[in-house]
Design a binder for this molecule. Structure first.
Ligand code: GLN
Length: 536
């Protein structure tokens, strides 16, 4: 089922195999029919993760990149929509002349080709299958795995099945029935799991392992406990201690006594500093995130991770106050009075925009550290234009068709040598300014102090831009300093205020590039400013 932690389990397998010295690649198969999650609501599907190359992907890719340090690409993410798009194009071109196009073999062949593509360059390909065993959309994927195991041989493929062992409070025991049934269903499709990873809130004792081993036709040592953790960064080491990477290596005939000892040392070495920083911080700081999707934490998963990394950089635990931007203004302000930093994240549409503007005004006037991301930058520009520059009807084309359009569609500009344009009638899927773009930073600014360089790249995902062509004078009057500009100098990328101790916003999404081992400088400096503010 969803939320069981398949993404984190896959990412953990990745980092554990890396610690043993193997090279890896992470891939994901998503059975839904959308071509990518780009047009899905964060409430349905959680955050949309943006890769360096602009691919809009499942949030699990964020876990993969953060745990393994790899940079994933569009070639690592497959959906049913993408397969059908490709197969239908091939069919129209005449590639299948004479034959009828079928799920087996045409769709399953595409899945197998995807999984094995590029495998010669790495020791392991770790491929996660989204969804639940038995989902109708998932059938071709399970079938492809069955075929792959026959074609490559069991010695080259290991199937890891992540299941849930519910804990019954009344009888004080973990139940194995759901796992037994899910394995039976998998077996009925011709796939025998090699390893069962048991997600649970209590320890899995020997008797339960023996029972699962017998009923599920899996070796006892391959029934692996996956105990809940208070923080996801505690998981790799915990799964290692449960024997996960060891039984994978045994499966592939790779395990030796010597390697075992070395692996334990390497894993501990790699993860202990992060585990320590998270478990025993010397101070705590409270940050408000003022947004629209605050009820579902998965909608801001990279953001909350990047904030946590900022805390790791300063030995601080972070308490995030998720503030719903649509609440009453007075309640909003009283919530903000209790925090040491205010962050307005990315978002879409007018919902909650006025509440976020109230929060930005509050941060500006009360001199509370402020950090705006994407929509957060656009709203910071609108706030300053309205309340400092005197343009009371400043707005964004995304919210209204009347007023001063300080945020607008920019018609035909050149980005990295390519002419780009967005307009209201354009298709919505995959048409935003997406992926990594270069930004030039002015010397002597806050952005320059933070990045300590004059050229950076960050990942983008937005349709609208700051309308500097038309409103340069208003922006100057409003006290807005554009400290980062696109490489051609036409589009503002970073804005800050020099009459404030820490007020910065970026048009990009730096949260996608923050790692526990390398906290993003914008987040670590924001947290530092919040710590300083809290000390007073
Ligand atoms: N809705 C805004 C735009 O499309 C901002 C997008 C975002 O925050 N990712 O430009």
């Amino acid at each position: 089922m969803s939320s069981l932690g398949k993404g984190i389990a896959s990412a953990s397998i990745g980092t554990l195999l890396q610690a043993r010295g193997y090279s890896i690649r992470m891939k994901k198969l998503d059975p839904y029919i959308n071509v990518d999650p780009g047009t899905m609501s964060p409430y349905r599907h959680g955050e949309v993760f943006v890769m360096e190359d602009g691919c809009e992907a499942d949030l699990d890719f964020g876990h993969y990149e953060r745990f393994t340090g790899l940079q994933c690409t569009a070639n690592d993410s497959l959906t049913t929509g993408k397969i059908y798009e490709k197969v239908l194009l091939q069919e129209r071109r005449g590639d299948y002349l004479g034959s009828d196009v079928q799920v087996i073999p045409h769709i399953t062949n595409e899945i197998k080709n995807f999984i094995t593509a590029g495998h010669e360059y790495v020791d392991f390909t770790i491929c996660e299958i989204g969804g639940t065993v038995g989902d109708i959309e998932g059938l071709p994927y399970i079938e492809a795995i069955r075929q792959l195991k026959i074609e490559l041989g069991s010695a080259k493929v290991a199937c890891v099945h992540l299941t849930y062992l519910p804990y019954m409070k009344t009888s004080e025991e973990l139940k194995t029935k759901p796992t037994q049934h899910s394995v039976k269903l998998l077996q009925s499709m011709g796939v025998q799991p090699d390893i069962i990873l048991c997600r649970c809130e209590k320890e899995v004792n020997y008797d339960i392992k023996a029972k699962l081993s017998m009923f599920c036709n899996v070796k006892k040592e391959n029934v692996v406990e996956a105990l809940d953790a208070e923080n996801i960064y505690l998981i790799p080491h915990r799964y290692h201690l449960s024997g996960l990477d060891r039984c994978i290596c045994v499966h592939f005939g790779l395990e030796t006594e010597e390697q075992e000892k070395l692996a334990e040392m390497k894993i501990r070495e790699k993860w202990s500093s992060v585990e320590h920083a998270i478990s025993t911080p010397s101070k705590t700081v409270k940050i408000a995130v003022v947004g629209k999707y605050t009820k579902l934490k998965d909608a801001y998963i990279s953001l909350s991770q990047a904030i946590c990394h900022g805390g790791i950089a300063h030995d601080a635990g972070i308490e995030i106050d998720w503030v719903d931007a649509t609440m009453d203004q007075r309640d909003l302000e009283s919530r903000l009075r209790a925090v040491s930093g205010i962050l307005v994240p990315g978002g879409f549409d007018v919902g909650g925009a006025e509440g976020k503007i109230v929060a930005i005004k509050f941060a500006r006037e009360k001199r509370i550290p402020f950090f705006g991301i994407c929509l957060g930058l656009q709203l910071a520009v609108i706030e300053s234009c309205r309340n400092v520059g005197g343009a009371i009807n400043a707005t964004s084309r995304e919210f209204s068709d009347v007023g001063e359009m300080v945020i607008d569609f920019m018609d035909k500009w050149k980005l990295n040598g390519v002419v780009e344009a967005r307009d209201p009638s354009g298709a919505k899927g995959g048409t935003m300014r997406l992926g990594s773009y270069l930004c030039k930073i002015s010397i002597g600014t806050l952005a320059h102090r933070i990045y300590a360089t004059t050229e950076i790249t960050e990942r983008h995902r937005h349709r609208f831009e700051v309308n500097i062509k038309k409103y340069k004078e208003l922006f100057d009057k409003a006290g807005l300093e554009f400290s980062g500009m696109s490489s051609d100098g036409l589009l503002p990328e970073i804005v800050e205020r020099h009459d404030h101790p820490f007020f910065i916003a970026t048009q990009a999404h730096p949260e996608f590039k923050s790692h526990p081992f390398a906290p993003h400088p914008l987040f670590s400096n924001f947290i530092k400013a919040a710590i300083d503010y809290s000390i007073g």
